[in-house]
Design a protein around this ligand. Structure first.
Ligand SMILES: NC(=O)C1=CN([C@@H]2O[C@H](COP(=O)(O)OP(=O)(O)OC[C@H]3O[C@@H](n4cnc5c(N)ncnc54)[C@H](OP(=O)(O)O)[C@@H]3O)[C@@H](O)[C@H]2O)C=CC1
Ligand SMILES: CC(=O)N[C@@H](CCC(=O)OP(=O)(O)O)C(=O)O
Length: 346
């Protein structure tokens, strides 16, 4: 049994981590920590986590996180890097934040505006790397893992098989809608109920969103050559879920059959990434609370473009589920342990 601490346990990502870890047979939950909410009962911030209702949130310090086999960090950007250096070397640290995702310090500086903290193993097991292997081979035995951003998880899994197989070459356009939990719990004026309910709106338009270099990084690794995407996120009036509509110019002569075959080959053996049967389309409702990514492909012959639609739950596969999957791989458990493979409907 591994003893596990969750830092940022009062937040959305921390709450989802705890929901999944409660059902994980190989872990026991140790410290649950927060910042301004330290001293509060966990139940005040995570009313759905009934088995942990009596727990009190501890302050997030190296001391409260010490003595655990595994520490999950679900903290704002920058806070993870500050904390990671104070944790013992033999602890498995899985960071849900962005601090260690990018390998290019210049990209970090440009999109996050601070000094680059470093690069950890990237925690997207199903990502194809240079057309052949999958990223999971780099996760076995790892002690420090950076969990991908929620948009990069959906968008990269949507397009990597096409780039890895040389079916798509350029001109990548992604428009993705996210539920509001993607923005975290802290108060933001544009996320008040009156602003969000019954309305959709874009943000980070024009290449400014910080997930753009992360998607570039992933697709470039899949393709083996540099890929740059146009990425536009939008905010949707729902608590959870991401629906990413991704399109790219098809290489000459590529057919719908060859596209489908490449995606079947990439994902047929995967437990969590599913190419849907022809005619069925991904939806956020269908993946709610599960660690699944639903994918569907189409070829628009009139304009010679590939269209891939992917849906995930941003808090499950997009954060906490992905993080638990990384723990399983790092510690040699079955990759699916403790992770839901069915959604909740309606
Ligand atoms: N929400 C999502 O869909 C996704 C989130 N992530 C990442 O997960 C991390 C957490 O996000 P999320 O849960 O949404 O955010 P929340 O705002 O919901 O939660 C943030 C957590 O961090 C704590 N905290 C705030 N400031 C500090 C600080 N300076 N030092 C230590 N702890 C602090 C908060 O404690 P308190 O409540 O006491 O202030 C709270 O527990 C972020 O890095 C985010 O980018 C990744 C993918 C998707
Ligand atoms: C709706 C919304 O605001 N979503 C967040 C992304 C959440 C996520 O994946 O985050 P991290 O990179 O922070 O881990 C955003 O666009 O910044």
């Amino acid at each position: 049994m591994l003893s596990v601490a969750v830092a940022g346990a009062s937040g959305y990502a921390g709450g989802e981590l705890l929901r999944l870890l409660i059902g994980h047979p190989e872990v026991s939950i140790g410290a649950v920590t927060a910042a301004s909410s330290a001293g509060d009962p966990l139940a005040r911030h995570q009313p759905h986590l009934t088995p942990l209702a009596d727990r009190i949130l501890a302050p997030t310090t190296a001391g409260t996180l010490a003595g655990h086999d595994v520490v999950f960090l679900a903290l704002p950007h920058g806070a993870s890097a500050a904390m990671a250096g104070d944790l013992a070397d033999d602890v498995t640290v899985i960071d849900c934040g962005a601090d260690f995702r990018l390998s290019d310090p210049q990209a970090w500086q440009q999109f996050y505006g601070s000094e680059h903290a470093g690069t950890w193993a990237y925690g997207l097991p199903e990502l194809l790397v240079e057309g052949r292997t999958k990223q999971r081979v780099q996760l076995a035995g790892q002690s420090h893992i950076a969990v991908p951003g929620c948009y990069p998880t959906a968008c990269s899994l949507a397009l990597a098989p096409a780039f890895a197989a040389g079916l798509a070459s350029s001109d990548v356009v992604i428009v993705a809608a996210s539920g509001t939990s993607g923005a975290g719990k802290s108060l933001k004026p544009h996320l008040l109920g009156a602003e969000v309910m019954g309305s959709m709106s874009p943000y980070g338009v024009g290449g400014g969103h910080r997930h753009t270099p992360e998607i570039d990084q992933n697709l470039s690794r899949a393709a083996g050559v540099p890929v740059a995407v146009s990425f536009t996120p939008t905010l949707a009036p729902m608590p959870r879920g991401i629906l990413a509509t991704c399109s790219a110019k098809l290489a000459h002569g590529v057919t719908a059959e060859s596209v489908r075959a490449a995606y079947q080959q990439a994902y047929d053996e995967e437990a969590f990434v599913h190419l849907l049967p022809e005619g069925a389309w991904p939806s956020t409702g269908a993946v709610l609370g599960s660690n699944n990514v639903q994918v569907q492909v189409a070829v628009d012959e009139r304009v010679g473009r590939l269209i891939v639609v992917a849906a995930e739950d941003n808090l499950t596969k997009g954060t906490a589920g992905g993080a638990v999957q990384c723990l399983n791989l790092a510690r040699g458990f079955d990759e699916t342990l403790g992770l839901p493979v069915t959604g909740v409907a309606p």
